[in-house]
Ligand binder design. Structure first.
Ligand code: HEM
Length: 256
């Protein structure tokens, strides 16, 4: 008896009919049997895909015009991702310690620059990325203002944006202390003494920022926790709200 082997096409069909295949690829996926390049199937593919569903199924044509947004919000987000990746890299080699008569933080920063493989490159990406992010967020805000995109229904997202701006500045400022060199220690001394001029709560504000009377090891630890954990966590939460609101407010504003 001659054994009839299925053709590659039949094999493919059987595979795509199997329950295992269907459990992996959701309806509307281009890998599902019977996918057609219709408006409905394209929308289904976007909605049912874990990555694509972050995008709206349809985008208005004016929203794609580069010279309207200059993609400055997208650029700010991209820089945030770069900063997260390079920051995690730096965390493997940096200890926020400056007590017991030593300056471990400064020594770690120096060894990142000199002995860690790709260390100086990563550190510079992190530093330049931070400067660029402050710059791009500021330009993004200016663009939103210039195009009047803060007007209803987007006024709430403007407020979310202002919080994002302060969080970005907070990240930049807290990160500045971490190299623990003369520049950072004195910059933070000047910066935090501003808190000492706050009405009514001057002393408390200063103590809260420094964890003591002057910039010291306790300030370093405090700002490190804010820099690598607290502020990025809050920023991600507000970013999620920011992006969600863009969708709910009808996508990018534009000439109507
Ligand atoms: C971490 C900082 C920020 C990120 C990552 C971010 C990201 C984005 C992105 C990706 C967009 C889509 C349009 C575009 O790319 O321009 C957008 C839109 C918008 N952003 Fe931001 N943003 C940030 C900060 C801000 C700030 C500081 C403001 C204002 C105070 C702001 C207000 C808005 C508004 C009102 C829109 C809607 C604009 C429109 O519909 O034309 N955002 N943002």
């Amino acid at each position: 008896m001659k054994l009839k082997l299925p053709s590659p096409g039949e094999l493919g069909d059987r595979l795509r009919d199997s329950e295992v295949w269907k459990s992996i690829f959701r309806p509307g996926s281009v890998f599902r049997k019977g996918y057609k390049d219709t408006s409905r199937d394209r929308a289904l593919a976007t909605m049912n895909n874990v990555l694509y569903h972050l995008h709206p199924t349809k985008v208005k044509r004016h929203g794609l015009k580069l010279t309207y947004t200059f993609c400055l919000g997208g650029l700010s987000f991209f820089l945030f991702i770069v900063l997260t990746v390079t920051g995690i890299f730096l965390m493997f080699f940096y200890r926020p310690m400056a007590d017991l008569g030593g300056a471990q933080a400064y020594a770690d920063m120096q060894s990142i620059r000199t002995t860690v493989f790709f260390g100086d490159w990563m550190r510079n990406m992190h530093r330049w990325g931070a400067h660029l992010m402050v710059f791009s967020v500021t330009l993004h805000m200016a663009r939103v203002f210039y195009t009047g995109a803060y007007k209803p229904p987007r006024e709430f997202n403007w407020v979310v944006g202002v919080i994002l701006l302060f969080l970005t500045l907070g990240l930049s400022f807290t990160g500045y202390l971490l190299p623990w060199d003369q520049l950072s220690i004195w910059a933070v001394t000047v910066g935090t003494s501003l808190g000492g001029y706050a009405p009514f709560i001057a002393k408390q504000a200063n103590f809260l920022l420094l964890g003591g009377a002057v910039v010291g090891p306790q300030t370093l630890l405090r700002w490190y926790v804010l820099h690598v954990l607290a502020l990025p966590f809050v920023l991600v939460l507000f970013l999620a709200v920011h992006f969600w609101r863009i969708r709910k407010d009808g996508g990018i504003s534009g000439p109507l």
